[in-house]
Design a protein around this ligand. Sequence first.
Ligand SMILES: Nc1ncnc2c1ncn2[C@@H]1O[C@H](COP(=O)(O)OP(=O)(O)O)[C@@H](O)[C@H]1O
Ligand SMILES: [Mg+2]
Length: 320
Amino acid sequence: MANFIVLDNLRKSFGNIVAVNGISMTVDKGDILGFIGPNGSGKSTTMKMATGFLTPDMGTSHICGISMNKHPKEAKKLIGYLPEGAPAYGEMTTIGFLNFIADVRRLSGKERSLKISKAIDRAQIKHVLNQQIDTLSKGFKRRVGLSQAIMHEPKVLILDEPTDGLDPNQKHHVRQLITEISRDTAVIVSTHILEEVDAVCSGVILINKGNVVLNGSAKDLRSKLANHNAVNIKLRPENLENCKRLLLTLSSISKIEVHEETQHNVNLKVLPKENMIIITDVAKVIADNKLPISDISVDQVRLDDAFRKLTTNEIGISNE
Ligand SMILES: Nc1ncnc2c1ncn2[C@@H]1O[C@H](COP(=O)(O)OP(=O)(O)O)[C@@H](O)[C@H]1O
Ligand SMILES: [Mg+2]
């Protein structure tokens, strides 16, 4: 089976601004790809080209093998798309909007009522069916948008910042829904909220200024940072030299930094070679030699830091 989503070398400029500068990706059934990048990096523009709402200057989008350029109608039928922001048609009631979408999707008879009620259930919008969309809270507007995207049970789901502006409970619910739907679907979720990547995504593409900076997993993103998996040890100054000497015999260690010396405490940062996991080796040296330490911990680089460092020119990225 071909990949459900194949984007190949998409490019788009607006006047002098190169919004998307050659972005490619493939997403399979069952996968949730986290599409991340700072504001203005080209996420929405890429998604609009993938879904056929914007014509690329170059490159192609294929949905389940169907070319968006050559057969837009057929390709669009297979897609559920949640554009950024709130749904249009604010003057409609929720149920009016759902009926309108069912018309657009040409659903009729029993199938129509079944799909509408399933979308209502899944998006949890039962209580606002007769309310005008303009008067709904941001969370409910987003959920109405989601119900529209999932109603026809598409093979491909493309969601542009689906949890932006939602409260933690609403975010949790949307993530659960995405995870549930992804079993039979290929999903792309754009976000600038990194916790989302850990929470739901099987893969990550990080873009900056229209270019792919990283294509991998959340783990890969973290491991791009030099001090990932470093071990911090706190001990008394008189034990410093002995501890350093013993630890430096380990082949998995690249160097040891000494930080924040006070009269009674020294912090050692033991840096691994190539992001190796060194805590077991380090702990063994400490235990075997009965080194008196007061604290030991592993640096888990926060995704936020990795994101910031990979999308700015700050130093600290390992050049692997
Ligand atoms: N219709 C447009 N006209 C002009 N510039 C645009 C348009 N849409 C997007 N841009 C510009 O393209 C760049 C990428 O925008 P966008 O794809 O919305 O990024 P993101 O979704 O990652 O925040 C930005 O510099 C933005 O200002
Ligand atoms: Mg956007």
